[in-house]
Design a protein around this ligand. Structure first.
Ligand code: GAR
Length: 208
């Protein structure tokens, strides 16, 4: 049984999709051990508690230095012997020590088709604002492994979403979530939990 830690910062709709997937059995061989938020007030923590999952706030504000915060986050994961770290709308920069220790065991959801509209400064609503500004006809979401770069790790799954004429950043954000993020994030976890993913030359191969 794969032990997951889900790291969040906000509303937690992707967390909810994972909880629902586990409860419905569309994600098998996985359980959420802990939900960790850098923001004490994140609604995601309430979602976790409502489902009997440990909800923990680890905020940089509560530590004297960034290193002390990074160590606390590292310990929260290693103390619980976490197998897979899931970044579900997590706005914290993951420290190198965690990336190294959990090599190819950290996944992130990004609300665009990487390598478009990603990298430093591209998060949340901003991604959709930029996509609409550029006038792309198709956008989507990507689940990828996390490496030392920003949104540069091996891609696991992507799903496209068409832009509509009357889209606003908010409308597009919701459609990308519904049509892509809440589908591919649970799917990626199920694939990993059931040993369907291998790496070849730095690229992800999926065994169907
Ligand atoms: C999601 O749209 C996710 O793709 C995005 O933050 C949102 C979190 O929503 N992540 C990023 O932009 C990371 N670069 P949620 O808290 O409702 O899951």
């Amino acid at each position: 049984m794969l032990k997951l830690a889900v790291l969040v910062s906000g509303g937690g709709t992707n967390l909810q999709a994972i909880i629902d997937g586990i409860e419905a059995g569309t994600i098998s061989n996985a359980r959420i051990e802990v939900v960790i938020s850098n923001n004490k007030n994140a609604y995601a923590l309430t979602r976790a508690k409502e489902h009997g999952i440990e909800a923990k706030a680890v905020s940089p504000k509560d530590f004297p230095s960034r290193d002390a915060f990074n160590d606390a986050l590292f310990e929260a994961l290693t103390d619980r012997e976490i197998d897979l770290v899931v970044l579900a709308g997590c706005l914290v920069v993951i420290p190198g020590k965690i990336i190294k220790y959990f090599r190819n065991r950290i996944i992130n959801i990004h609300p665009a088709l990487i390598p478009s509209f990603c990298g430093k400064g591209y998060y949340g609503l901003k991604v959709h604002e930029k996509a609409l500004e550029r006038g792309v006809k198709v956008t989507g979401a990507t689940v990828h492994f996390v490496d030392e770069g920003t949104d540069t790790g091996p891609i696991i799954l992507q799903k496209a979403v068409e832009i509509q004429d009357d889209d606003t950043p908010e409308k597009l954000q919701l459609r990308v979530m519904k049509e892509a993020e809440w589908v591919i994030m649970p799917k990626a976890i199920d694939l990993i939990a059931n040993d369907k993913i291998t790496m070849e030359d730095g690229r992800v191969k999926i065994r169907r």
